[in-house]
Design a protein around this ligand. Structure first.
Ligand SMILES: [Zn+2]
Length: 144
């Protein structure tokens, strides 16, 4: 069976790229207690229910929960960048980089509304030359 990959590959398992449509993040929600997890698991680690987890399309909007400004990283990775944890609207907590913002604590308020955006993962490619699609957070555009 030929598994032809035409588009970019997702950088993480919970990033889904539908054939027709926009990429999105997928979580798994426990139907017993409502807890949402990003990885696939057979039992809920909050309430212990087994086989009660359902795939769920997560929101593309959320709120900045916490972040840190990273000044040192691996060679080739541009610093500083902002590593953030975002609570998505409707549930799910995701870690990722905050972009299109000055890496300055005075300009990044906690609780700031953010959008989830999907972009090429900084030019990374696998051995076959496939590019990767990643997700980032950016401040929501203020309505004028
Ligand atoms: Zn549960």
């Amino acid at each position: 069976m030929a598994d032809e990959q035409t588009g970019p590959l997702p950088v993480v398992d919970f990033l889904k790229i539908p054939e027709n449509g926009d990429p999105y993040l997928e979580g798994h929600k426990c139907t017993e207690c409502g807890a949402i997890f990003l990885d696939t698991r057979s039992a809920c680690s909050k309430c212990g229910a087994r086989d009660k987890l359902e795939a769920l399309k997560l929101s593309n909007r959320g709120t900045l929960y916490v972040y840190s400004i990273v000044h040192r990283s691996f060679p080739g990775i541009e610093v500083p960048y902002v590593s953030a944890i975002v609570d998505l609207d409707g549930g799910g907590t995701v870690k990722g980089n905050l972009i299109n913002v000055d890496p300055d604590p005075e300009k990044i308020p906690m609780g700031m509304p953010v959008d989830v955006v999907f972009k090429d993962a900084l030019g990374r490619k696998d051995k076959e030359g496939n590019s990767y699609l990643s997700y980032f957070f950016q401040p929501q555009k203020q309505s004028q």
